[in-house]
Write a protein that binds this ligand. Sequence first.
Ligand code: PLP
Length: 433
Amino acid sequence: MTEASRSGELFARARDVLPGGVSSPVRAFGAVGGVPRFIVRGSGARIWDVDGREYLDLVMSWGPLLHGHAHPTIVSAVLEATQGGTSFGAPTEVEVKLGMAIQRLFPSMQRLRFVNSGTEATLSVLRLARAHTGRDVVVKFAGCYHGHVDALLVKAGSGALTHGQPTSKGIPSEVAETTRVLPYNDLVSLQKLFSEEGEQIAAVIVEPVAGNMGVVAGQPEFVALLRRLTESAGSLLVFDEVITGLRLGPGGAQEMFGIRPDLTILGKIVGGGLPAAVFGGSESIMALLSPEGPVYQAGTLSGNPLAMSAGLASVELAAFSDYAYLTRLATVLGDGLIELGRRYDVPITVNRCRSMLSCFFTPGPVNDLESAQRSDTSRYARFFHAMLDSGVYLPPSQFETWMLSFAHQDSDLELILMAADRAFTDVASGSAG
Ligand SMILES: *Cc1c(COP(=O)(O)O)cnc(C)c1O
């Protein structure tokens, strides 16, 4: 795709309006180079760009579209809600219905509050956890992403156990100093931190299966240790299930691990493709939230009928979906990639947890950020562009999850693997450079 394409023209114009030409950074293709595709339409597992090219989509809006693009049930729910008025700033029945549907699937969420994005949910949860415990310190894990909340835009440097270093400019050092960053899946550093500072820790926030350094599943003993240590220190355990909730299964990672967190954040799929997220936990913790309690949290468009209607349709469809189907698709895809890597002698590591999957260009194993970062990102970029040229739209970054949906068919996987066969030829032949 050249600068002369419609996408190229639009991207040039976009850069005169939007920093980097985009409304969210990774869309700019910075990590892989080239011109981002401007998308005009999506249906099922496919999207079309302004130049009329068709792609099989493995980004799926980064996760919300579990049921595919423009699912008829979700579309008609949104249309119907739109015709009745898009927002009232007053309570509506659909919020209650969606809330009850979520409660049924996530028993740990006895009370919940709707917000407009995962970021908003995270920042509200941290405030709530700090109010509940009367403590300030928050623990996160390197490679986990929890939205662009100041206190959590902190990543591990080499001195991971000491005070955090902001990875974004513009974050007050006082805020960063309340954050501790530990390596993911590392039991020893976790135990050490809790024995040293346990009584200052308000909350530990974690993606129980990480999806933002590529897919890295939390090991069961790591997740279990999180639960034990937080419980005995009086800290809250927060599961960020913005990706995993309703994706690993209807009850998310907490159902898969059989672990009940104190607070849970859901997003993406709960909005069915519209802006919505939700956080929740026990009745007593959530009672601290305004108007019942002293922790302020509010939103003009929170729980608006459009997002709630799309979310309700999405969650109700999910509750009756065959998740084994999605896992099977991911297994076929993952096994196919492993086989191609072997055939073309390209060292890869396919990490898969149920339907969440990513392909790292490193011999692996990949179980934390450090090992994920051993990936050859220039190989990924070459692979990405070869796939794109063959009509497969992968995440424009090595460190993202490939998203399948119930709209993907076995025949789509065959096309994806045929494209991957050509892409591996490219990657293998380019490996001298
Ligand atoms: C996407 C994501 C977020 C942030 O959600 P936004 O709606 O983009 O603010 C938070 N946590 C995780 C695990 C995510 O994948």
